[in-house]
Design a protein around this ligand. Structure first.
Ligand SMILES: Cc1ncc(COP(=O)(O)O)c(CNc2co[nH]c2=O)c1O
Length: 387
C-alpha cells in the first residue's frame, strides 16, 4: 500500500492524539449542557473553565478581555467585520475599512458584503516581497477609517505580517485593529500582552485540534454585536450550546502548540528548508517570500513551465498531499492573487504549489517528497509547450 504523506497542514491538521483523548469523556460520560443547572450540566463547567484558562494563556489575553468560543475562524471573521457594520459604521461617519489583498476569502467576502451596504473598503496590495507594511496601513488611514483587518500570517505563502508595528499605527491613529491569526498560532508566538490588537480570530483545526471549533478574542471593554442571537452563552456574545468537547480540545491543542513552538521553529523549519533547498536546485523555480519572514512550516513555490494543478495531481498520484495557491474556477484557472501581486508574469502566476508541514512531518516523508517532486518537474516540463 502506497505510503501517504500529508503536506497540506495550512488547510487542516491531524488532531493530536493527546487532544483527541481529552474529548472522549464528553460524549458518553459527561455529556450535560453546561448551561443546565442540574448535576449533568454543572459537572462539565470546571473543564470548560480550564480550557478557557489555556486559551487566555495561549494568546496572552488579560482576564478582563473576552474569548468567545465559536465554530471556526470564518465565523469569527464574519462576526468582527459584520459586527463593525452594525456597531460603528452604520451610525457614524466612519465608513471606511482597510484590509489587504492577502486575506482569506472569509475576510475579503465579508468586506465585499459591507461594500454593497455603503462601506468603503481599501484592499492593500502586497509589495514585491509579498508584504503589507505598517507604512502602507498608515498611508491608507483617513479620518473616516473605523477598522483595520490584517492577517498575522498568510495561508498561501506563510509570510508573517508586521502586526506589532501595524498595531502601533492603529493605536496612534485611533483605529481598531482585527487580526486573523489562523496561520500564526502554533507557528509563531502570539502574545497580546506584547502586541495590542482589538480583535483576533483562530481555528482549532489549524493547530492539531478538531474541526468545528474556533475562538474570537475581543479586547477589554470593546462591544461587538453577536452574529448569532438567542442564547446567553458566552455572555450573549454567541448564542448556541457550547461545543464542550471541542472547547476542551482547543484548550489542550493551544497548550501543546505553544509548547511545541521551539520544535516547530527548529525541526519543522529544518525539514521545510531541506525541501525548499532541494526544489531550488531546479532551474526557474521561485519561492515566494523571504525565508526568515515566513512561518516555519510553509513553502509556496512557483515552478516555471509546470501548472500548479498538474504538480498537485502528480504528487497526489504518489500519495503526497499539497495544494495550489491558484483558485480553480471552472476550466480557466485563476492566477494566484499573491503571485500576481508580487509581479509574477501571467504564466508564472499559474504555477503556485504550497507545501505546509507540521510537527508530525518526518525526514523520510520529506526525502520521498523531494524525489517525487523532482521527477514530476522533469516529466511535466517535458510535456510543457511553453518551457
Ligand atoms: C488565514 C485564514 N483565515 C481563515 C481561514 C478559515 O478557517 P476555517 O473557518 O476554520 O475554515 C483559513 C483557512 N485556510 C485554508 C483552508 O484551506 N486551505 C487554506 O489555506 C485561513 O488560512
Amino acid at each position: 500500500i502506497m505510503e501517504r504523506i500529508y503536506l497540506d497542514n495550512n488547510a487542516t491538521t491531524i488532531v493530536d492524539p493527546a487532544v483527541r483523548d481529552t474529548m472522549e469523556p464528553f460524549y458518553c460520560h459527561m455529556y450535560g449542557n453546561p448551561n443546565s443547572l442540574h448535576l449533568f450540566g454543572i459537572e462539565v463547567r470546571p473543564y470548560l473553565h480550564q480550557a478557557m484558562e489555556q486559551l487566555y494563556s495561549g494568546i496572552g489575553a488579560s482576564d478582563a478581555d473576552d474569548i468567545i468560543i465559536n465554530s471556526c475562524a470564518t465565523e469569527g471573521n464574519n462576526t468582527v467585520i459584520l459586527g463593525f457594520y452594525f456597531n460603528l459604521l452604520k451610525d457614524t461617519r466612519k465608513k471606511h475599512i482597510i484590509t489587504t489583498q492577502l486575506e482569506h476569502p472569509c475576510v475579503r467576502e465579508s468586506c465585499r458584503f459591507l461594500e454593497r451596504h455603503g462601506v468603503k473598503v481599501t484592499y492593500l496590495a502586497p509589495d514585491r516581497d509579498g508584504l503589507i507594511t505598517a507604512k502602507m496601513v498608515k498611508d491608507a488611514i483617513t479620518d473616516q477609517t473605523a477598522l483595520v483587518s490584517v492577517m498575522w500570517a498568510n495561508n498561501e505563502t506563510g509570510i508573517i505580517l508586521p502586526i506589532e508595528e501595524i498595531s502601533k499605527v492603529c493605536k496612534e491613529q485611533g483605529v481598531y485593529l482585527h487580526s486573523d491569526a489562523v496561520q500564526a498560532i502554533g507557528k509563531v508566538k502570539v502574545d497580546l500582552q506584547k502586541v495590542r490588537v482589538d480583535f483576533l480570530t483562530f481555528s482549532a483545526h489549524k493547530f492539531h485540534g478538531p474541526k468545528g471549533v474556533g475562538g474570537l478574542y475581543i479586547r477589554d471593554g470593546l462591544n461587538l454585536p453577536p452574529l448569532l442571537h438567542g442564547g446567553e452563552q458566552m455572555g450573549g456574545h454567541r448564542a448556541g450550546t457550547v461545543n464542550v468537547a471541542g472547547t476542551v480540545a482547543m484548550g489542550k491543542a493551544i497548550e501543546l502548540a505553544n509548547a511545541s513552538l521551539d520544535f516547530e521553529n527548529r525541526e519543522v523549519r529544518r525539514l521545510r528548508d531541506k525541501l525548499e533547498d532541494a526544489l531550488l536546485k531546479n532551474a526557474d523555480v521561485l519561492v515566494v517570500g523571504k525565508r526568515e519572514l515566513r512561518t516555519p512550516n510553509t513553502l509556496y513555490v512557483s515552478i516555471r513551465g509546470v501548472e500548479g494543478e498538474s504538480m498537485i495531481w502528480d504528487l497526489n498520484q504518489n500519495g503526497i498531499a499539497a495544494s495550489t495557491g491558484s483558485a480553480c474556477a471552472s476550466e480557466s484557472l485563476e492566477a494566484s492573487p499573491i503571485l500576481t501581486a508580487i509581479g509574477a508574469d501571467r504564466e508564472l502566476a499559474h504555477t503556485g504549489v504550497r507545501f505546509s508541514l507540521s510537527r508530525f512531518t518526518t525526514e523520510k516523508e520529506i526525502d520521498i517528497t523531494i524525489e517525487v517532486a523532482n521527477k514530476a518537474i522533469e516529466r511535466l516540463r517535458q510535456l510543457s509547450t511553453s518551457y
